[in-house]
Write a protein that binds this ligand. Structure first.
Ligand SMILES: Cc1cc2nc3c(=O)[nH]c(=O)nc-3n(C[C@H](O)[C@H](O)[C@H](O)COP(=O)(O)OP(=O)(O)OC[C@H]3O[C@@H](n4cnc5c(N)ncnc54)[C@H](O)[C@@H]3O)c2cc1C
Length: 379
């Protein structure tokens, strides 16, 4: 996926390969089948520093940049997309929002717990009726003395049930006003804050996805990130970073699907020779390999620019859009190369195929990425 690895990237890659062989691969199909969210795996990833990849060491994190973060998510996702997705949601969204917009007291209070996986983090922007159109949200937060009272529901929230802490965006102003929303931190257990239905999903089945329900949920003003009215604008900035991690997730799944298909094509014989000898098959592999290389360049470019402190709205949307579409194509061709065996659970192709589709949807669909890119190029 990336040829000139730095020392840190090489160390991360080897660490994740060892970790995956021991703690993920033997169990992942059972988790997938039963939709179990393996909390213990994330506690162990916390011990390795991977639950606070971008968190500075003074808050208990690894203190790496986005380049190392991309390597982390991609390597994990090559093994199991669900683990990659959950790690990305924890690091980029909940932890990332507090890291970017929390004050010193808030960072000191919550980041060490998130970075060590004492806390698993959730982030609630999406609602049942507002996904792409998140700015139109209906969850409200009304001031009451030194508190705000939150009412509403959030949908499709990663770690909505198992998360110990959530950043929740709620309306504090008029509908349609992008400065009318505010980000609140809520720790669990908390009166009036619970989870709803757990989704039964096509893929990413070991990554937990549930509703969050807020009923007269009283949150102190000191739990507001930044200022009242900044929550939506903050969220768009959080997603600029988050989309790089979904591009990395896509890269990892695509690479896993490609490597599995390549190995199978060398081994499977039809008409007395390995199927990789047929141009119809080798051209598929050539196309996937080329597209993965291009997706990798876009993703690491966005990461490098982010590490330089540049605005990456366009670059992260391009990386997320392209890498996620490549991921779906790679997983699709992977199943095709496996033939009938690709349609069974005895081989990895079908899981890559199911997991891949989330990448073109989560943290903004491909259509929304194109809207973002178009807005940027037409400026
Ligand atoms: C597994 C999973 C985990 C998730 N985790 C989280 C999480 O942790 N926190 C969180 O807040 N959210 C999370 N989400 C929500 C995710 O971000 C949304 O599903 C996504 O943004 C799309 O919103 P939607 O599902 O409401 O689709 P919709 O917005 O209803 O879109 C439906 C279709 O219409 C298209 N469309 C919509 N508007 C336009 C337009 N203007 N122009 C062209 N096409 C358009 C879309 O591209 C899509 O094809 C998660 C979702 C999933 C599936």
């Amino acid at each position: 996926m990336h040829e000139n690895l730095t020392e840190n990237q090489r160390m991360i890659t080897e660490m994740i390969r060892d970790f995956g062989a021991k703690h993920i691969k033997p169990y992942m199909m059972d988790w997938d089948e039963s939709q179990e969210f393996p909390v213990d795996v994330f506690k162990k990833l916390g011990e390795l520093g991977l639950m606070g990849v971008l968190v500075p060491p003074e808050y208990g994190g690894a203190g790496f940049g986005y380049t190392e973060y991309v390597t982390t998510i991609a390597e994990l996702s090559k093994i199991d997309g669900s683990i990659g997705l959950s790690l990305a949601a924890h690091n980029s969204l909940c932890t990332g929002h507090i890291l970017q917009f929390g004050n010193a007291v808030q960072k000191q209070k919550w980041l060490p717990k998130l970075a060590t996986a004492e806390y698993i983090g959730a982030w609630g922007l999406t609602e049942p009726n507002t996904g792409s159109d998140a700015g139109n949200m209906r969850t409200v937060a009304l001031p009451d003395d030194d508190d705000y009272i939150l009412n509403g529901a959030k949908n499709f929230i990663t770690h909505g049930k198992s998360g110990n802490i959530a950043v929740v965006i709620a309306r504090t102003g008029e509908v349609g006003d992008s400065h009318g929303m505010t980000a609140f931190v809520i720790e669990k257990p908390h009166a009036g804050f619970t989870h709803g239905r757990k989704e039964n999903k096509l893929g990413m089945r070991a990554s937990e996805t549930t509703e969050l329900i807020l009923t007269d949920c009283r949150v102190p003003r000191e739990n507001i990130l930044g200022n009242v009215g900044e929550g939506f604008i903050q969220s768009m900035k959080v997603l600029d970073g988050g989309r790089i991690s979904i591009a990395a997730l896509s890269l990892g799944i695509a690479q896993g699907a490609y490597e599995a298909a390549l190995a199978y094509a060398r081994e499977r014989e039809q008409f007395n020779q390995p199927i990789v000898n047929y141009q119809a098959i080798s051209f598929k592999l050539a196309e996937i390999a080329t597209e993965i290389a291009a997706a990798s360049l876009l993703t690491y470019r966005a990461a490098a620019l982010k590490d330089l402190g540049e605005n990456v709205t366009k670059e992260s949307a391009m990386a997320k859009y392209y890498a996620s579409e490549v991921c779906v194509r790679a997983a699709n061709e992977g199943v095709q190369i496996f033939g009938g065996y690709g349609f069974t659970k005895d081989y990895p192709a079908e899981k890559y195929y199911r997991d891949a589709k989330l990448c073109t949807i989560g943290e903004g669909t491909s259509e929304i990425q194109k809207l973002v890119i178009a807005r940027e190029v037409l400026r």
